[in-house]
Design a protein around this ligand. Structure first.
Ligand SMILES: Nc1ncnc2c1ncn2[C@@H]1O[C@H](COP(=O)(O)OP(=O)(O)O)[C@@H](O)[C@H]1O
Ligand SMILES: [Mg+2]
Length: 225
């Protein structure tokens, strides 16, 4: 990100949510973004995910300048190159676990059997192959988050973005989810950027970016064995 600003404007208000944010995250990093509520973390993640556009500045993901893409190109870029994990899981409750995970692959145009096989592989990786046929609505919070991680990974994204992925989970389940994401990050060399309040995520991270009032106030780079 290069000197990224985001100003929300409406009737009689103007919020400078990001004020000149610059940082780099390298391939394969497990990066945590930390900061108090309202500091601009979700805004930042939405911009990196091309879900919103900056008021000023450049955002380059995997060599592509997001500000130069049309809406259609952004949709395709999101579907193919990025995976999203949200605090409230955002699963389709009326679909099965397997169908939820397959969906982004089907949207990409992968054949049904191939998508099914890949989804089952990922469900095995997150320890949920036994629940493939269950309705998503019937799962526990931790299971739902594991499904949403499998869903985020099915198109083999270069970058996985997670907004408070453990914000709605108890501490033991959070620890399992963090461990799982860390293992997937190492195994597949996929880059993770996680917005979090959770100090255990920050501990597991290779880089911690601290933001306050829309500015980067610290970048901590850690070495891991
Ligand atoms: N769509 C929006 N319209 C107006 N203001 C917004 C919008 N989204 C976020 N904000 C404001 O921008 C600031 C940063 O919000 P956000 O990025 O959600 O912070 P965080 O995720 O760190 O809690 C806050 O002051 C918030 O109220
Ligand atoms: Mg937020």
């Amino acid at each position: 990100m290069e000197d990224v600003w985001k100003v929300y404007r409406g009737e009689g208000f103007e919020v400078e949510a990001l004020r000149g944010v610059s940082f780099q995250v390298y391939e394969g990093e497990f990066c945590a973004v930390m900061g108090p509520s309202g500091s601009g973390k979700s805004t930042l993640l939405n911009l990196i995910g091309a879900l919103d556009t900056p008021t000023r500045g450049r955002i380059i993901v995997d060599g592509v300048d997001l500000t130069q893409l049309s809406e259609g190109e952004k949709d395709e870029f999101r579907n193919r190159r990025m995976g999203f994990v949200f605090q409230f899981f955002n699963l389709l409750n009326e679909l099965t676990v397997l169908e939820n995970v397959m969906l982004p692959a089907l949207i990409r145009g992968v054949g049904f059997e191939e998508a099914r096989a890949e989804a089952l592989n990922l469900l095995r990786a997150v320890g949920l192959e036994g629940k493939a046929g269950h309705l998503a609505a019937r799962l526990s919070g931790g299971e739902m988050q594991r499904v949403s991680i499998a869903r985020a990974l099915i198109n083999r994204p270069a970058l996985v973005l997670a907004d408070e992925p453990t914000g709605n989970l108890d501490s033991q389940t959070s620890a399992e989810i963090i461990k799982l994401m860390g293992e997937l990050n190492k195994r597949n060399r996929q880059t993770f950027i996680l917005v979090t309040h959770d100090p255990t995520i920050a501990q597991a991270a290779t880089k911690v970016i601290k933001i306050l009032d829309g500015r980067v106030v610290g970048v901590e780079v850690k070495k891991h064995g």
